[in-house]
Design a protein around this ligand. Structure first.
Ligand SMILES: *[C@@H]1O[C@H](CO)[C@@H](O)[C@H](O)[C@H]1NC(C)=O
Ligand SMILES: *[C@@H]1O[C@H](CO)[C@@H](O)[C@H](O)[C@H]1NC(C)=O
Length: 397
């Protein structure tokens, strides 16, 4: 036994490019480009705030789809001044981070929840449109200096899509692969994690052939759209949970994707740097499963009811005069806290360690973090980027 362990370690050191060692693990960091408009200490600056050595891949979110071509959603933020409507050159600053770390790769993500599914569905349903989009996508990636693209269509055959999306999605990935291979570009996709959702959208054994990486969005399992408080990204199910909740955790999702033929080295496990919040109906009833009467209050930076960045949460918990009751749920490996009517479940530097250990144990490709701009990037609570730093230590050492 000891001998085997020693041999594997030796192979890792001798052939770091070939062997799958802990240090080969990838960390994909999404950057929410609208974070550059957040106020105060929530304001995120690409050049100043991104540590180019904490992630192996950076993902710029999002661009959109229009007339079967890639559509820049925020020309002022994304493009340089010499473009029509351009200004702040987000793409340029982002890709310039590779000058500081030549091993860093950058991707641009197309889609996201707000884009819906409809346009993607009609583009994928027509061979000519697919071909046009695939050629345009490769051209776009090269023109703006990225290394690849993440297709974040949420989701085929759901949210405004059509049943034939499942088959068309594979055809779309095939043609994208052809165009991306010509220029050695990376192609990944963000996907629905649970069996009940993924089985509506994907032919997993087929799709993984054409993708370099699969970003498993293992978070938002429970949000304030449900009327009970619950943990939004627990690693494990709870023994007391009802059977219809047993898929709503990281472990069940990872196991499902592996069982359907996703190669473990392509599977990238999602980790949220944010929490999901609820407003309790009765502040005295604040356990998991307590009645919730709506989303929690919006935060000062993210300004969106029902979610808070970790940088907002850790500040709240630290604020003098506020009595937050913070609990660690050991069985499911996640945290939650409440104060008066507010209830938040959240990832932290504590919960990320068992998740990192899980990635190592299953020898997955790595982690995907959504999104770097809501980790504590200023270091106001426990040092800069406390979630990402501990993730990096756990899976890349
Ligand atoms: C996936 O596609 C293959 C090849 O077309 C087909 O044989 C298989 O039945 C499909 N699987 C699912 C789950 O749809
Ligand atoms: C992340 O881990 C890698 C591998 O151990 C290390 O080289 C790098 O310096 C770490 N990044 C930071 C910012 O600590």
């Amino acid at each position: 036994m000891h001998r085997t362990v020693f041999l594997i370690a030796a192979v890792c050191i001798a052939m770091p490019m070939i062997a799958t060692c802990a240090s080969d693990k990838k960390i994909f960091c999404y950057f929410a480009s609208w974070s550059v408009y957040r106020p105060g200490k929530g304001n995120f600056d690409i050049s100043e705030d991104i540590d180019p050595f904490l992630c192996t891949h950076l993902v710029y979110a999002f661009v959109g789809l229009k007339n079967n071509e890639v559509n820049v959603l925020d020309p002022w933020g994304d493009l340089p001044p010499n473009y029509l409507g351009g200004g702040r050159n987000g793409f340029g600053k982002f890709n310039d981070l590779r000058k500081k770390n030549p091993n860093l790769k950058t991707l641009v993500a197309i889609g996201g929840w707000n884009e819906g599914s409809k346009q993607y569905s009609s583009m994928a349903n027509n061979a000519k449109y697919r071909e046009h989009f695939a050629a345009d996508a490769a051209k776009f990636v090269i023109k703006h200096g990225f290394n690849g693209m993440s297709l974040d269509w949420e989701y085929p055959a759901q949210n405004g899509g059509a049943p034939e999306d499942v088959v068309n999605y594979i055809e779309l990935l095939k043609i994208l692969r052809i165009h991306f291979n010509k220029n050695k570009l990376i192609l990944s996709a963000a996907v629905a994690p649970t069996e009940y959702s993924a089985s509506l959208s994907y032919n997993i054994s087929q799709m993984v052939k054409y993708l370099n990486y699969v970003h498993l969005m293992t978070y938002d399992f429970h949000t304030s759209s449900e009327q009970k408080t619950n943990l939004h990204a627990p690693l494990y199910p709870g023994s007391e949970e009802p059977s219809n909740h047993k898929q709503a955790n990281v472990q069940a999702s990872v196991k499902y994707w592996l069982s359907q033929g996703c190669p473990k080295e392509k599977l990238i496990m999602g980790i949220p740097t944010y929490g999901r919040s609820f407003t309790l109906c009765d502040p005295a009833k604040n356990s998991i499963g307590a009645d919730a009467c709506g989303p929690g209050d919006a935060g000062p930076y993210t300004r969106q009811p029902g979610m808070l960045g970790y940088n907002e949460i850790c500040k709240l918990l630290h604020q003098p005069g506020q009595s937050w009751d913070a609990k660690y749920e050991y069985e499911r490996e996640f945290q939650y806290a409440s104060s008066q009517s507010q209830w938040i479940s959240y990832e932290s530097f504590l919960t990320v360690k068992p998740k990192g250990a899980f990635i190592n144990k299953f020898n997955l490709g790595g982690a995907m973090v959504y999104s770097i701009d809501t980790d504590d990037f200023k270091g106001t609570c426990y040092g800069k980027y406390s979630i990402l730093t501990d993730l990096n230590k756990t899976i890349r050492n």
